[in-house]
Design a protein around this ligand. Structure first.
Ligand SMILES: [Zn+2]
Length: 198
């Protein structure tokens, strides 16, 4: 059986690390790339090389940004009595697109995963607790995917926050089990936000 040249095999292994990409798709991606013009390949490699230094994570909320001022942490423009806790900086954009939330954000470093033995020490709780102490909070919205990890983390945080007498709500309605925020359309997500419940 003939195998691909080594560099192609390496490329295929890399592509397979992307979500939803299996062996066949990874092979198609690799063969597509070697058919690109040299200028496109150079542009692509330059982007990859610079992406680490061009983006920073906000030290306060965990959002990504290409400047030092985080647009999501400006308390003059946003409602600091509302805090939305999420699992990924990408989800901030999903929530922003609904245009019905104007509070603050906090991105968790990781989620609880009972199956993979990922416990509370993975969550970077000190950062969250510091956040909660500095904001005049009235409500915390937990906006995790409806998965095993999302549910376990939500349950854990709900307990922790309620002990501090903070109202905790979760996205409701139209969040099917196993669904990711990513795949919800804006209408569904808006509804889930508007009808959030304790
Ligand atoms: Zn921020």
């Amino acid at each position: 059986m003939a195998s691909y040249p080594e560099i192609l095999q390496k490329l295929i292994i890399l592509f397979r690390k992307l979500p939803g990409v299996g062996r066949k798709t990874a092979e198609r991606f690799a063969f597509q790339i070697i058919s690109w013009q040299k200028s496109d390949i150079t542009f692509f490699t330059d982007l990859l090389q610079n992406i680490g230094s061009a983006l920073t994570f906000c030290k306060t909320c965990g959002a990504i940004s290409d400047s030092t001022a985080c647009p999501f942490c400006d308390e003059r423009l946003r409602n600091s009595s509302l805090l939305c806790i999420l699992a990924s900086p990408k989800d901030i954009y999903t929530i922003e697109n609904t245009r019905i939330f104007n509070g603050m954000y906090h991105v968790m470093k990781g989620l609880l995963s009972p199956l993979d033995n990922r416990g509370p020490e993975e969550l970077n709780l000190p950062a969250l607790e510091k956040r909660i102490e500095t904001l005049p909070l009235k409500e915390v919205i937990l906006a995790f995917d409806s998965t095993l990890e999302g549910d376990a983390t939500a349950l854990f945080l709900k307990d922790l926050l309620e002990r501090k007498n903070i109202l905790v709500t979760r996205l409701a309605l139209g969040m099917p089990i196993g669904s990711s925020l990513d795949y919800l359309d804006e209408g569904t997500l808006s509804k889930a936000l508007a009808s959030r419940r304790p």
